[in-house]
Design a protein around this ligand. Structure first.
Ligand SMILES: *Cc1c(COP(=O)(O)O)cnc(C)c1O
Length: 430
């Protein structure tokens, strides 16, 4: 694979941008490569500066559920831009967007738009604290909730990939109100709440997607729901990744469990920088200007971002069959990969919820952080470069998800299963 132009751009980028990238995992560090510079994406495909073509399974880390640059989002954006890019004043599309979200997600009665998943989660925590008058919250090891200080304690995603799950720069004062429990282990949560009346919230990814993909057990989420009801704790589902991805109503629809507050990002922006948090009216009314909990944003509810997001969510609302389609496509990958592994006498863990999946290079069942962390990350790096060489663009980390879009054709999927076979063959014979 030719990489001259990307290398040249990377050498230039590192002079002006720390690490040459604006988000750490993009640097390909954990797979011992230097990043490819992308010039174009359309449908399931992406092209780099050297003209290499890839079938893309990152989809901008989740947003591109319809593949790259779908015509209906492009049209919505072009129409919006004719009227201006930002006003800092209310616009009608914000109402349409908020209403649509409340229609799609059962537990959401009111919603506030922000500009990223990070903003959504940090605002939800502040609101939960303001609402309950309590200070601490519980998160789970390996879950990622964006990069606000108090979330970077045993965090997943890039923090985990780059070996800094608890980041320098986070003060002790900030860290002391973050309590950490184990995913899919209700007892570890109960133990933290037993003698503590100062817990405002429990925040959880109802399908964990930032330590690879780890589905929650239903009893675990049900247990969290009951515990929160019993103790007056706000249950926050961080659906920045799973929202509109695993079902139009998010993971809470799949599990039949409602959160008090829900955070969104990724798909909600249709490829533009958008986040949102919403939930029970009783809690949301505590937000400024109605209530005392302050939260604001110069570009929040931006008309371009809202147009792209509204186009994406409208498409989802009007085409409920896409989730069956995604399930079918994702099954082709899952069964193909499993068959390949069987051929080589290996039984690596493959987790999947709808169009989110992860192949872990461990033969343990992966149900929490420690089982995910038992994966052989060197083997993953080898797998990543073998797949890339064969035109398949996966996440450059063992601890990220593989996303399938409606744009992935049967031919794409077949080619991917073949590449998986050839890569495993090469890796396992070395
Ligand atoms: C991506 C992600 C975030 C952070 O969103 P950003 O838009 O990157 O700030 C938060 N929570 C979850 C579950 C995510 O997957």
């Amino acid at each position: 694979m030719k990489q001259d132009k990307s290398l040249e751009l990377f050498n230039e980028a590192v002079k002006y941008i720390p690490g040459g990238v604006n988000s750490p995992v993009r640097a390909f560090k954990s797979v011992n490569m230097s990043p490819l510079f992308i010039t174009k994406g359309k449908g399931s495909k992406m092209w780099d500066a050297d003209g290499n073509e890839f079938i893309d399974y990152i989809g901008s880390w989740g947003p591109h559920i319809f593949g790259h640059n779908p015509d209906f989002i492009k049209t919505a954006l072009l129409e919006a831009i004719e009227n201006g890019t930002s006003f800092g004043a209310p616009t009608e599309i914000e109402i349409k967007m908020a209403k649509l979200i409340t229609e799609l997600v059962d537990s959401v009665e009111m919603v506030r738009m922000v500009n990223s998943g990070t903003e959504a989660t940090m605002s939800a925590i502040r609101l939960a604290r303001g609402f309950t008058g309590k200070n601490k919250f519980i998160k789970f090891e390996g879950c990622y909730h964006g990069h606000a200080d108090y979330f970077l304690i045993k965090a997943g995603s890039g923090a985990l990939t780059l070996g800094v799950p608890t980041s320098p720069g986070v003060t002790e004062a900030n860290a002391k109100d973050t309590l950490v429990a184990q995913y899919n282990d209700l007892d570890s949560v109960v133990a933290l709440t037993e003698n503590d009346d100062d817990i405002a919230a429990i925040i959880v990814e109802p399908v964990a997607g930032n330590m690879g993909v780890v589905p929650a057990k239903k009893e675990f989420l049900q247990g969290l729901r009951s515990l929160c009801d019993e103790k007056g704790i706000v249950l926050i589902f961080d659906e920045v990744m799973s929202g509109f991805r695993v079902a139009s109503g998010g993971a809470q629809e799949v599990y039949g469990i409602n959160a008090d507050l829900t955070t969104f990002g990724k798909i909600i922006g249709g490829g533009l920088p958008v986040g949102a948090f919403g939930g029970k009216k009783e809690i949301m009314e505590h937000l400024s200007p109605n209530g005392p909990v302050y939260q604001a944003g110069t570009l929040s509810g931006n008309p371009l971002a809202m147009s792209a997001g509204y186009a994406a969510l409208s498409y989802i609302k009007n085409n409920a069959e896409i989730y069956n389609l995604l399930e079918k496509k994702a099954k082709i990958i899952e069964s193909g990969f499993k068959k390949n592994m069987e051929h080589f006498g290996r039984n690596f863990a493959m987790n999947r919820v709808g169009s989110m999946s992860a192949l872990f290079f461990t033969e343990k069942e992966v149900a929490d952080f420690s089982s995910a962390a038992s994966s052989d990350t060197k083997l993953y790096a080898d797998y990543f470069s073998n797949m890339l060489e064969r035109g398949i663009y996966l996440a450059p980390s063992q601890f990220e998800a593989m996303f399938i879009s409606t744009a992935h054709s049967d031919e794409d999927l077949e080619k991917t299963v073949e590449a998986n076979f050839d890569s495993l063959k090469k890796m396992l014979s070395e």
